[in-house]
Design a protein around this ligand. Sequence first.
Ligand code: F0G
Length: 450
Amino acid sequence: MAVKTIIEPFRIKSVEPIRWTTRSQREELLKAAHYNLFLLHAEDVLIDLLTDSGTGAMSTHQWAAVMEGDESYAGSRSFDRFRDSIQDIFGYRHVIPTHQGRAAERILFGVACEKGDVVPNNTHFDTTRANVEFTGAEAVDLVIAEGRQPAARHPFKGNMDVAALEGLIARVGRERVPLVMLTVTNNSGGGQPVSMENARAVSAVCRQHKIPLYFDACRFAENAWFIKLREQGYAERTPKEIAQEMFRLGDGCTMSAKKDGMANIGGFLCTNDDLLAQQEKDLLILTEGYPTYGGLAGRDLEAIAVGVQEALQEDYLRYRIASTAYLGNHIAEAGVPIVQPPGGHAVYIDARGFLPHVPSEKFPGVALACELYLEGGVRSVEIGTLMFAGAAQMDLVRLAIPRRVYTQSHVDYLVEVILEVWKKRESIGGLRLTHEAPFLRHFTAHLKPL
Ligand code: F0G
């Protein structure tokens, strides 16, 4: 088709006002928030790109399903619909609801890991790494080399280095690797997809050593769309068929339904292992709830049952990925260094490239995120030295796009704001930490400009 304008494949039925502030107000607000954007009040943010997690808009079909929620403590109809919808896509025998992704992680690692174990992943997300480490196990990132170079172009920068995985298993021994994880798409590595070919190769190594393979499936639909676009042999397949094929390569998954579940809360844990499922359900009852609700209301289960299917619709995915690419490509054309190519749910600015005069220990990602807020009321998040300390391989600023929330004119505004900050980049300085918590310090840290 000749028409190039990206349009949202929906019309808007309910609107939520957003609020302008002046630059001098934002200077005061940022100071009061100790230069940590997590500590801002959301109403002081104009465009909130802190996360794509739980921030999406639900569809009329989801809201209708919410009304069908069965709030029975045990055996609710809503659980049956939730399980059936998830099994239709993911195919695993046991589906265990949790209140969000990290609860699924805590239960999986709590049951499967021991002190001294090693858990490989392409790149662990922050809560995933923290939950592995909390059990005394070691979280190891094995993404391919291209995945660590922001400017390097590769269609599947989320792929795992299969030789490195084999090397790790040979070095530490199979008994110390309770499971292998693949995060689709690879959030901390730039929202980059994993190819089917790579998932197949990782799966083959796991099966050879009888190690279970789990997917961190948060953005499985976006990953499936990238496979359709970029991997040979998949152009004619539906995103759902692609997702089904990928999940058949594994033994289970953790999922945050706040991403491609299109819900505002929720998650689940799947496995084909009967014994493990029993242990997981026992732990679930202790901390989350009975296995047919797992910390969620019946109406949440309904919203997720509909949402996981909507996330796979082609019109939606086409618009979603095109809109993110539009933002990334427009700022990159003006010279802004970004992780190339743009990811599925987010554009990641390379803060070390943007602010080469600010060394890592002065938090270039935080400095850039603060400046985007001052310039245009835009909230983003640092994924770098503040988040991962010494383990940070890059200093990135993530602009995560909530699903079905902002329009193309919002995206055009974002391009303008980022390019204004790009013009004044030489005047932007670093920060120092004045307070930090013992783990996941980025959520609560206090900083001061140097
Ligand atoms: N795994 C990945 C890859 C994630 O991106 C997240 C959350 C989780 C697990 C945990 O899920 O939040 O439901 O407990 N990522 C959000 C983000 C918070 O902003 O990227 P959760």
